[in-house]
Design a binder for this molecule. Structure first.
Ligand code: ADP
Ligand code: MG
Length: 672
């Protein structure tokens, strides 16, 4: 272990020895505290393995019992009755007596000596191996103390350039390391932690951005200088409603990006129902106006088909060739579509993500829209278009709003556009919590909506498509509804069905030939049936927040009041209850996503190694430190834009540090 390793091994908490407590202040459950008093008694008691040494310490306000189960001989030798001692330990009540087990104890040597010890002491995270090797927190503290007796400021060069220290008012590295191990007070400790967190997040962001930067610099982009006549025609004569301001802004951002000369890699975020499909369509029209083809990919066949239908509806009466290519398109039809695509006759090709793997040979692909449900790793996205000489522009649409901090890491290499406004005239969905035990209450509401000619979804959790118990849930729920409401036309939909079967059921429901659709989460993302006004989620506690939000987004698509009923049993875990509460209190997808992240904790980031970026965050927490992450990201962007060739001497330290971190990462991955 080098000195540097030692300095970078941060304490995970601190022990406050700045204050002396009175015995009468002590309470069960306090953290470790120190007390000064006179040792009145000392005696051995118990027999065999229960032998122990006990003492009584008196500080004038009361007495505490001190207990040692080991090292008895040694303690007996060094402790002197009637002397004054400083003891440090965790108070607990034992047989109604305030007790400290195995306290640290040292002779009281007057106020001055005490003051020199009086500070925050570091406590280090201990591994099993360290414990077995006899390493203690106190030993590490000693090592650090002696290291700092020899280390000078110049031995520890800063890892952040001066400009950043100034701009973000950060403490230097040397004092930060000193303070984090040996804090003078809470204030300086906080400043030190702040600086070290910033450094951590800065290098994470620099790594992500540098990666993206390299790629865009190496991949020139197609230039789309025109908005084009198809766009204009569509905008003037076919757009069925006015765009929201947010949609207009985002279309402008996308066009500017596609005309920059660099490849676009953009993430389009927008809450459920914010009108992302239309934005995607208009971007594809721009591509067409510049002589290029586009493709649009959805996670499932149902959604691909729905996108296809939506586009066809929008483009009715226009001379634009849209084609649908999914797994169920086979034989001659498939061959002819593929031919038309390769001859450039298809302007827009819609399909599932499987298109990526297929041998689809475009004549001139200019824009790929990925409507994604699952995250695509950075590398996956990058490798998609190797077949083209110049990569097409890429627009990724997310169905689930992503909290800002996650967006900065998981999608850190993408530029982000946000549609933060819903089309006018939407009534928020009324959300209620119902109980399985009292189903009459919520079934009444469903019945009255159906009476009015509206439709309803009943969704059952299906975590794994093969899970039998869930199938039973869905099946018995279906049977039950059929019995209670024989007059309803009820359909069933689940993942075990063939795609063609699923599609035909969806079509029937859309056409109003069914009142109720009992289904699994197959319908979760993107399905659009404006006449459906009730979403009943059964076993709502088994769904995650983003799923619940997506499900709720399936209703409220028309102008009338819609409802979402979250049904659970009376018995609910703390987290499930909180999730339901969040759904009741908000319909804002971004708020819900942030709350979700808080509930789930930073562990959700574990999957992000796939992006090729290293997240070894020792101090910072992507949930709590969102603002700092944003600052660090700006700082990293500044540096990259000022020193794209990595040649400025004032930033040399940055690139050296980054290189060193990468090297360490490789070493680490070799070990594990
Ligand atoms: P999402 O962002 O969830 O994919 P969609 O693109 O499916 O949302 O849009 C939801 C609904 O809103 C669609 O029926 C769409 O036609 C409609 N829509 C989109 N933009 C507007 C707008 N500016 N004004 C009114 N309705 C709109
Ligand atoms: Mg959509």
């Amino acid at each position: 272990m080098s000195v540097e390793d030692l300095l970078r091994y941060y304490p995970n908490k601190y022990i406050d020895r700045t204050r002396v407590y009175k015995v009468q202040e002590l309470e069960e459950g306090m953290a470790s505290v120190q007390v000064i008093g006179q040792l009145l008694y000392l005696y051995e008691t118990g027999i065999g393995r229960r032998k122990r040494l006990e003492g009584v310490l008196d500080d004038g306000t009361g007495t505490i019992r001190l207990v040692w189960f080991g090292g008895i001989g040694h303690m007996k030798k060094v402790l002197q009755l009637k002397s004054y001692y400083v003891v440090f330990g965790k108070p607990s009540l034992f047989r109604e007596e305030m007790t400290m087990s195995h306290p640290e104890i040292s002779l009281y040597q007057g106020a001055e000596a005490l003051a020199s010890q009086s500070r925050l002491h570091p406590a280090y995270p201990m591994t099993e191996a360290m414990r077995n090797g006899g390493v203690t927190s106190a030993l590490l503290e000693q090592l650090i103390l002696s290291a700092f007796q020899h280390l000078r400021m110049e031995d520890v060069p800063d890892t952040l350039p001066k400009v950043l220290l100034h701009k973000y008012e950060l403490m230097g590295l040397y004092p930060s390391l000193k303070q984090i191990h040996l804090p003078s007070d809470n204030d300086l400790l906080e400043q030190a932690r702040h600086r070290l967190k910033f450094e951590e997040l800065f290098y994470v962001q620099l790594e992500i951005l540098d990666y993206a930067h390299k790629r865009t610099r190496s991949s020139a982009g197609l230039r789309f200088p025109l908005v084009g006549s198809v766009f204009h025609l569509f905008y003037r004569e076919h757009l069925p409603f006015a765009l929201t301001e947010a949609q207009k802004r985002v279309v402008r951002e996308i066009w500017a990006d596609m005309n920059s000369g660099l490849q676009m890699n953009r993430l389009l975020q927008g809450d459920v129902g914010s009108g992302k499909t239309l934005v995607a369509l208009m971007s594809m029209l721009i591509a067409q106006g510049n002589g290029y083809q586009s493709c649009m990919m959805a996670p499932t066949e149902i959604l691909a088909e729905q996108h296809y239908n939506t586009l066809m509806r929008f483009l009715e009466g226009m001379d634009i060739h849209v084609a649908l290519l999914t797994g169920s398109v086979q034989g001659k039809r498939r061959t002819s579509i593929l031919q038309e695509v390769s001859r450039g006759e298809v302007n827009i090709l819609v399909g599932t993500h499987a298109l990526l793997g297929d041998k689809v040979d475009f004549h001139q692909l200019g824009l790929a829209v990925i409507d994604e449900q699952h995250r695509f790793g950075v590398e996956q996205r990058a490798s998609l278009w190797k077949k083209n000489s110049i990569s097409p522009h890429i627009l990724v649409m997310t169905a689930t709003p992503i909290p800002r901090t996650l967006a900065m890491t998981v999608y850190g290499d993408l530029t982000v556009s946000v549609i933060d406004e819903l089309p006018p005239g939407r009534k928020p969905v009324k959300t209620c919590h119902g109980y399985h035990e009292t189903e009459k209450d919520y079934l009444q509401l469903v019945a009255s909506e159906i009476q009015k000619g509206r439709q309803a979804y009943f969704v059952y959790p299906l975590i794994e498509e093969s899970e039998k118990s869930d199938m039973l849930d869905l099946e018995s729920g279906y049977q039950h509804l059929c019995e209670v409401f024989p007059q309803w036309r009820i359909g069933r939909l689940h993942g075990k069905m063939k795609d063609s079967e699923k599609n035909s059921i969806m079509e029937e429901f859309k056409a109003g030939k069914m009142d109720v659709l009992v289904s699994t989460t197959v319908i979760e993302v993107g399905v659009d049936v404006p006449n459906a006004s009730v979403m009943v989620v059964m076993n709502a506690n088994r769904f995650g927040l983003s799923q619940l939000h997506q499900l709720r987004g399936r209703v409220g698509r028309g102008a009338d009041q819609s409802y979402c009923l979250l049904v659970t049993g009376y018995q609910l875990s703390e987290t499930s209850r909180r999730r339901i509460e969040i759904m009741l209190e908000s319909s804002d997808g971004f708020y819900i996503a942030e709350e979700d992240l808080k509930l789930r904790g930073p562990g959700v980031l574990d999957g992000t190694q796939q992006s090729g970026v290293f997240f070894d965050l020792k101090l910072s927490n992507v949930i709590r430190d969102g603002d700092l992450m944003a600052q660090a990201r700006n700082a990293a962007m500044d540096i990259l834009s000022q020193d794209p060739d990595k040649s400025l001497p004032s930033y040399a330290i940055v690139w050296d540090t980054l290189a060193k971190m990468r090297k360490n990462r490789i070493d680490l991955s070799n070990i594990s």
